[in-house]
Design a protein around this ligand. Sequence first.
Ligand SMILES: [Zn+2]
Length: 223
Amino acid sequence: MTGRDVTIISDFDGTIAERDVGHHFFEAFIPRRSEHEALLEKWKLGLISSRECLEREIAMLEADRSDLDRFIEGERFDPFFRDFVDFCERRRFDLLIVSDGLDYYIDAMLMKFGAGFLEYRANRLILDGDRIAGVEFPWHDPESCALCGNCKKRHVLELREAGRLTVFIGNGLSDRCASGHADLVFAKGELLDHCRKERIDCLPWRNFRDIERDLTARLLLRD
Ligand SMILES: [Zn+2]
């Protein structure tokens, strides 16, 4: 699999960040719990898009920017992600973060982590001073995918068309669209279940050290 320039495309929530930051934030600050659970169930069943789900979650939210800032403070990264960023730099692999979550906490967490230089593509949280005012979808493309706010498949396909060897890393339902299109897929959690069910070739992983080791073997890299 060597010979082509490599781009690693990684999900954020539950993949780079240990937990699904967006989901847990909404769970903590949406007071109408049963209504929220019913909404998530509809999304899981594919009855509503993640765009619609996210718009309604923001509307149901009773929190402001300072609540979000405090919440982010407690969130952690995969313990081996920092080493993985260095590994990518050493190997001259591009690393792109794609997320159907929100730019605000991705940006804040990357900055805090000293990785603010990493490129990410996500939905955009709209703030009006301290007030969380809404969400915008700069990457939304209903013609290519009706399910996602920011469909990860699009980013994978664009990179493949540009001749890159694409490695996709994910863990959740919002990673399903991309999983059938990357050259190499690392999956855990619900994404692993999905890949097994759909017979999509993938490598299971627990943390970024597993990925570094498997990539080294698969791409026949030498130290
Ligand atoms: Zn999609």
